[in-house]
Design a protein around this ligand. Sequence first.
Ligand SMILES: [Zn+2]
Length: 80
Amino acid sequence: MKDISQVLMDNRINLKHYGEGNQKVKCPSCQPPHNPKDNPLSVTIENNTVVWNCHHCDFKGGSGDGSNSFKPKTYQTRSS
Ligand SMILES: [Zn+2]
């Protein structure tokens, strides 16, 4: 399993901190050109995993099962 900082670096996401909880940061998928003052990417760290979801462009992913590479605006539905 990749660690959180490596996953975030691979996805060009810069966090304010690596503590557990939710934070809003810049989105590598839509900024630029989206408003540079906005922090649309919601990132949650919990139990050594990270998930993120952009409220502006729907860029989402995480470190959970390794299936989330850098695929902005691509949806994949599957049942588990
Ligand atoms: Zn975005």
